[in-house]
Design a protein around this ligand. Sequence first.
Ligand code: IDP
Ligand code: MG
Length: 149
Amino acid sequence: MEQTLVIIKPDAVQRGLIGEIIHRFERRGLRIAAMKMIQISPELAERHYAVHKGKPFYEGLIRYITSSPVVVMVLEGNRAIEIVRNTMGATDPAKATPGTIRADLGMDIGRNLVHGSDSPETAAFEIPLFFSEEEILSYSREVDSWIYE
Ligand code: IDP
Ligand code: MG
């Protein structure tokens, strides 16, 4: 099964939206394989967002993601990367489809509440930045036969 890294960003934590956001992913059927609350260091932020270095929003992005605690999770399921991205909505909340997290809860591209890996390669790079192998739990759920054919 596919795994993806999700970050509930500082704005969502400050606004009391941790539960709302986890709820949406849980209700879809994604399995939570790992979860913790941390404050991202500048070093970790720079590694995680290395692909954006040099872009006009980069400095602000590093300040934003390190500004307050976040909740990081590994979510698992068939096509989890695509399903998480579609549940989050477009990067800019103003352009996101209603019904998505970013559209329903956000206003500004620089305060867009949630991160999700954008490809299997990205997920494989991002997950070990935040979690050791022992922190990622394998367990089965009875409900899976009602989620998957
Ligand atoms: P994604 O999070 O939807 O994958 P990316 O293009 O990978 O979007 O950008 C990473 C993050 O950088 C965004 O989620 C957002 O927090 C921030 N970001 C991207 N573009 C802008 C911008 O134009 N202004 C401010 N922040 C931005
Ligand atoms: Mg991205």
